[in-house]
Write a protein that binds this ligand. Structure first.
Ligand code: FES
Length: 198
């Protein structure tokens, strides 16, 4: 007879390790993101994280850790931005109307889900069961994706796909768009993740 408790704990471990792996890649991926170093105690309490995005080029992505979660920052190219409105008909919640107060702050409830059109900020955790989607930023046919793929993310756990605004495609296991964390700009090239009050 199979042992259900072992199965369920194994499943939880797989999901946890997938997310931990996503955060673990942060330090090597973004060596220049180091302008603000909150204390360990402050980090545990969810301190905001300052990020210098001056080195980010169009099409590039960096990941920072906030409250133990990977937060993605992507500088979308003009071509990538131009594709977003055309995807609305294929998305489950193109205007981010579902759970807007939980997942999309008011200042990101717009065509690009962002404060500045070119800069996407989103929590890289799938809204289905918490895996970390992988980058599929390049447009074009590729395995597990439609031939007219415009760039975005694929969750390897159960196949949910998200566009370059973190919006989930229709008929996928993930029920909602990726979370846009509270954030604001401290200057033209400095972002504060985790706080949005003046
Ligand atoms: S956890 Fe992402 S599709 Fe299931």
């Amino acid at each position: 007879m199979s042992d259900t408790p072992i199965d369920s704990s194994k499943r939880t471990w797989i999901i946890t390790s997938a997310c931990a792996g996503a955060v673990g890649g942060v330090a090597t991926a973004v060596p220049f993101v180091s302008t603000f170093q909150p204390s360990e105690k402050a980090k545990a309490a969810g301190a905001a994280v300052e990020v210098d995005i001056s080195a980010l080029k169009p099409g590039e992505k960096v990941t920072v850790e906030w409250r133990g979660k990977p937060v993605w920052i992507i500088k979308r190219s003009p071509e990538q931005l131009a594709e977003l409105p055309a995807l609305d008909g294929q998305l489950a919640d193109p205007q981010s109307q579902r759970k807007p107060s939980e997942l999309t702050p008011e200042y990101a409830r717009n065509e690009y889900r962002s404060i500045k059109p070119e800069i996407m900020v989103a929590v890289g955790i799938c809204t289905h069961l918490g895996c970390s989607p992988v980058d599929k930023l390049q447009a074009g046919p590729q395995p597990s994706l439609p031939d007219d793929w415009k760039g975005g993310f694929l969750c390897p756990c159960h196949g949910s796909t998200f566009d370059l605004a973190g919006r989930v495609f229709k008929n996928k296991p993930a029920p909602d768009n990726l979370e846009v964390p509270p954030h604001k700009y401290l200057s033209e090239t400095k972002l504060l993740i985790g706080e949005d009050k003046a």
